[in-house]
Design a protein around this ligand. Structure first.
Ligand code: ADP
Ligand code: MG
Length: 300
């Protein structure tokens, strides 16, 4: 008590010390105030949401940080709002150098919360690779592939299935680092389950899906490995060749049934030009380790 009295005395005599009665303000750094978010540009749009580049500038001096904000498109409520909520809940739990970082949420009265994430200036691999083809050698492509694997490995270790791994959803931080994004379809697997069954779905990236997803709507961690194989195909073609057109059949329009038939008959994406044997040989190594992996890597 004597020490407190002495300290209080010192504080009162010394106006430089902050008065002890003013409470330290507790601010949650993951809650962004919508008033201070200023839209700068559109970054992208998907089936249910849109992503915008914004500056968060609470001091109003134009020096606030740049963030990417994902929100629902106007008039897309209900089930779609639950996608964004799920994406927020997923990203909040993830922390890895190859996964886009969650920053927080912002919401206005009566509105669903919007997702705030770090901004990756170079955009997605699908935008970046065709433009940087001549500066990106094979070693670099394989570095990206490895980083995607490391991010996915972490995601799997947290018992999540991404369900939308594709070049359009891998973002480029700089020429030596990529990060996995878009967790809009990601599912968390219960402890006692080895797969996830999807009941209702809006639009599915079927050309990136393994047969068990197309036929039984069952998603295993290995189904992501198949999508990784398709993403690797995109990577090795600098995203100039789309799996969508490459698997199209010459016999009329491609339906889901037809796609399943084509895959079941063993048809796969062709080996990309200049894809080295060492990369193709990878599948022999991995296929003996995991059935799902063998399916996916046979795509390259
Ligand atoms: P959707 O669920 O609508 O597909 P995505 O999360 O994939 O939404 O974002 C759509 C596009 O917006 C991406 O392909 C990418 O071009 C851009 N984008 C998304 N997040 C970011 C980010 N954090 N930084 C920069 N660009 C981004
Ligand atoms: Mg996307």
């Amino acid at each position: 008590r004597a020490i407190v009295r002495d300290l209080t005395g010192v504080a009162e005599q010394n106006p430089v010390l902050p008065p002890s009665r003013v409470p330290i303000q507790e601010v949650d750094p993951t809650v962004f105030d919508t008033r201070f978010l200023r839209k700068i540009d559109d970054l992208g749009e998907g089936h249910f949401g849109k992503v915008e580049l914004c500056q968060y500038d609470p001091h109003g001096d134009g020096r606030g940080e740049l963030v990417a904000v994902k929100s629902l498109k106007p008039n897309s409520k209900g089930q779609l709002a639950c996608h964004l909520r799920r994406e927020i809940d997923t990203m909040r739990e993830l922390y890895h150098r190859n996964i886009v970082k969650y920053k927080g949420v912002c919401s206005e009265e009566g509105e669903e919360g919007n997702l705030i994430m770090e901004y990756l200036p170079a955009g997605s691999l699908k935008d970046y690779l065709p433009r940087r083809k001549h500066q990106t050698d094979l070693k670099r492509l394989l570095q990206y592939a490895l980083q995607i694997c490391q991010g996915m490995d972490y995601l799997g270790s947290q018992r999540f299935i991404h369900r939308d791994l594709a070049a359009r959803n891998v973002l480029v931080e700089n020429e030596s680092t990529v990060k996995i994004g878009d967790f809009g379809l990601t599912m968390s697997m219960k402890e006692d389950k080895s797969y996830y069954t999807v009941k209702e779905e809006t639009v599915s990236p079927v050309y990136w899906y393994a047969p068990e997803c197309l036929v039984d709507c069952k998603f295993y961690p290995a189904s992501d490995v198949w999508s990784f194989g398709v993403t690797l195909y995109e990577l090795m073609t600098y995203c100039e060749s789309s799996p969508t057109t490459m698997l199209r059949s010459s016999e009329g329009p491609m339906t889901l049934t037809r796609l399943v038939e084509v895959l079941m008959a063993g048809r796969r994406l062709p080996c990309p030009p200049r894809c080295p044997d060492t990369v193709r040989e990878l599948r022999e190594v991995v296929s003996s380790a995991h059935q799902g992996c063998s399916l996916s890597l046979s795509l390259i």
